[in-house]
Write a new protein. Structure first.
Length: 340
């Protein structure tokens, strides 16, 4: 009716209504009636957008790598973006009159490509393949401070590098090299294990030999101690035997001295006794026989006197006519003899 149109933007779209070269309305989620013949409407999406990318870049050692990732961005200042790019809608429709809105993502991706290319070009192939998240994250402020993006009112929220891959031939060469390195490491590990086993075996052998040597030394010490003990025992036995023999010698010497002294004493006693006997015999020889008999009879027992009396009778039997001896005399003598 009368060419009047109605426009309603969503909450993430920033709208700029211009009438007669003057901005009439700005803001998100606006809704209004307008006349397409006199009014232009610019709709700038402000929501977060993600733009995937894949670059074919060259490293400092002239090797080609493919960098794949994604950038997250949004329009932070839609008024600046609307001044630099054409976000006007076609009259009466929601389509854009130019391709600027569609090429905005490509502009952002090219800016990221420039930053990533500078990072990859300064590294060798191995360094580029080893780029980590921290190194890629370090270039985010650099990308965010790009004048081209700031001039467009774009804010970079995140940059993610999904993969950095070499060409197929280079990958095969790296795989072969890595495989050889792994095999070499495996061989080194086997060699190290065998070397360690040999070393352990050597250590064990040395420990066994050391143990045997220690045992032999202990056995030698024991044998030496045994010999020393035997020598000490033999020495003690020898000294004991020598002392015993010395004691026997001393005892024999004492016995010899005793025998000599006893013999000397016996000789002296015999000489004295012989002298006494000879003196008595001399005295007896000088005395008369009757005196001797009287002396002998003075010390005789009655039985002895009877025996001498019978002996005298026997000697003088021719002179004696008759003698009477009663049995009582013999019985008395026998009783005295039995009592003794």
């Amino acid at each position: 009716m009368f060419g009047i149109s109605y426009y309603k933007a969503d909450s993430s779209t920033y709208v700029i209504q211009t009438t007669g070269g003057k901005v009439r309305r700005t803001g998100k989620g606006l809704g209004f009636f307008y006349h397409p013949a006199f009014t232009s409407v610019a709709a700038i999406p402000t929501n977060v957008q993600e733009s995937p990318f894949i670059f074919s870049l060259q490293t400092s050692d002239f090797q080609t790598v493919k960098v794949q990732g994604q950038i997250t961005w949004r329009v932070a200042d839609p008024e600046i973006t609307a001044e630099m790019l054409n976000f006007n809608l076609k009259k009466g429709t929601a389509a854009y009159v130019s391709e600027d809105p569609l090429k905005l993502s490509d502009r952002v991706v090219r800016t990221v490509q420039s930053a990533v290319q500078g990072l990859v070009a300064a590294a060798t192939l191995r360094e580029a393949l080893a780029l980590n998240r921290q190194q890629v994250g370090a270039m985010r402020p650099q990308i965010g401070s790009e004048k081209a993006l700031l001039a467009l009112g774009i804010e970079i929220m995140n940059v993610v590098i999904a993969s950095i891959a070499p060409t197929t031939e280079t990958a095969r060469a790296l795989e072969a090299e890595a495989r050889e390195a792994i095999l070499q490491e495996a061989d080194d590990a086997i060699y190290a294990r065998r070397k360690s086993a040999v070393e352990q075996e050597r250590v064990i052998k040395e420990a066994e030999l050391q143990t045997q040597l220690s045992l032999q030394q202990k056995e030698q010490e024991i044998e030496e101690s045994r010999i020393l003990n035997e020598r000490a025992i033999l020495r003690g036995q020898t000294e004991t035997e020598r002392d015993r023999l010395q004691a026997q010698i001393e005892a024999e010497n004492q016995r010899r001295k005793y025998v000599e002294l006893n013999a000397a004493n016996g000789k002296q006693m015999a000489d004295a006794e012989a002298y006494a006997i000879s003196a008595r015999l001399k005295a007896y020889t000088e005395l008369p026989v009757d005196n001797l008999k009287a002396m002998a009879m003075a010390h005789m027992e009655p039985e002895q006197l009877m025996a001498m009396a019978f002996e005298t009778l026997a000697q003088n039997a021719g002179k004696i006519g008759e003698v009477n001896i009663t049995p009582d005399l013999f019985s008395r003598l026998l009783r005295k003899t039995e009592k003794k």
